[in-house]
Write a new protein. Structure first.
Ligand SMILES: [Zn+2]
Length: 226
C-alpha cells in the first residue's frame, strides 16, 4: 500500500487535470471573434441578396452594438444588431445611399447618438471614401468587410482612412470576411445585367431606356459600384 501522502498528491493531480479540462471546455463554448464576425457578415450578405432582388448592386451592411466598460474593457451587454441595410442608390437616386452609410444612419437613430464607439460595421464590400469618412465621423470601433474594392476602397486598398494618423479617430479594420460570397454575388449581378436579365435590370419592365452598364464605367472583376 502506498503512503497516504502519495495518494493525496495523486488525487490532487486528478482534480487539477479535471479543472483544466473543464476550463478548456468552457473556452470552446465561448464564440471566437472570427466566428462571430462570420455570423454577422452572413446577415450583411443576406442584405446584399435583397439589394440584388431589388435591382441594386448587391452590397449589404449591418451594425452591431457591443457596449463595454471603458475602464475594465468588460462587456456591459450582449452584442446586438441595431441596424441593417442594403445599397439603395438606384431606388433613392441618392449618391449617399450606400449600404453601410444607411446602416450607420439607422444605428445612430437607434442609439440616439451620433457617436458610435461601441459599434462594429459589417459590410460586404470595402467602404469607399465617403463611408470610411462617415465611420471616422461616427467614431466606430471596427469595420469588418468582405471583398476589397480596387476602384474605390478606402480601408486599405486605395486609401487607409481607418488608420490615418492625421485624423482624430482611428478604427480597426478586418478585411476578407465572407469575401468569396460577396464577390460571387457581385459577379453574378453584373453578369446577369450585361445579359439584360430582367431580375437584375431595374425598370426594364417599365420601359426604361437605360441599358445595362450605361453609366459608362468599367465593371472590372465585378467588385465595382457602377
Ligand atoms: Zn460608400
Amino acid at each position: 500500500m502506498r503512503p497516504a501522502a502519495a495518494r493525496a498528491a495523486e488525487s490532487l493531480g486528478a482534480i487539477v487535470r479535471a479543472e483544466a479540462r473543464a476550463a478548456r471546455a468552457a473556452a470552446a463554448r465561448i464564440p471566437q471573434p472570427m466566428a462571430a464576425d462570420e455570423a454577422y457578415m452572413a446577415l450583411a450578405l443576406d442584405e446584399a441578396r435583397q439589394a440584388a432582388e431589388a435591382g441594386e448592386v448587391p452590397i449589404g451592411a449591418v451594425v452591431v452594438h457591443a457596449p463595454i466598460d471603458r475602464a475594465t474593457r468588460r462587456p456591459l451587454a450582449e452584442p446586438a444588431v441595431i441596424a441593417r441595410a442594403h445599397n439603395l442608390r438606384e431606388t433613392t437616386q441618392s449618391p449617399s445611399a450606400h449600404a453601410e452609410f444607411l446602416a450607420l444612419e439607422e444605428a445612430a437613430r437607434a442609439l440616439g447618438a451620433w457617436r458610435l464607439p461601441d459599434c462594429t460595421v459589417y459590410v460586404t464590400l470595402e467602404p469607399c471614401i465617403m463611408c470610411a469618412g462617415l465611420m471616422h465621423q461616427a467614431r466606430v470601433r471596427r469595420c469588418v468587410f468582405g471583398a476589397p474594392d480596387p476602384k474605390a476602397g478606402a480601408c486599405g486598398t486605395l486609401y487607409a482612412i481607418h488608420g490615418d494618423e492625421r485624423l482624430n479617430h482611428r478604427f480597426e479594420v478586418v478585411p476578407g470576411v465572407g469575401r468569396e460570397e460577396s464577390q460571387r454575388l457581385l459577379r453574378e449581378f453584373f453578369a446577369a445585367r450585361r445579359k439584360g436579365a430582367p431580375a437584375a435590370v431595374k425598370g426594364a419592365a417599365g420601359g426604361s431606356t437605360r441599358a445595362p452598364g450605361a453609366r459608362g464605367e468599367a465593371e472590372g472583376e465585378g467588385v465595382d459600384r457602377p
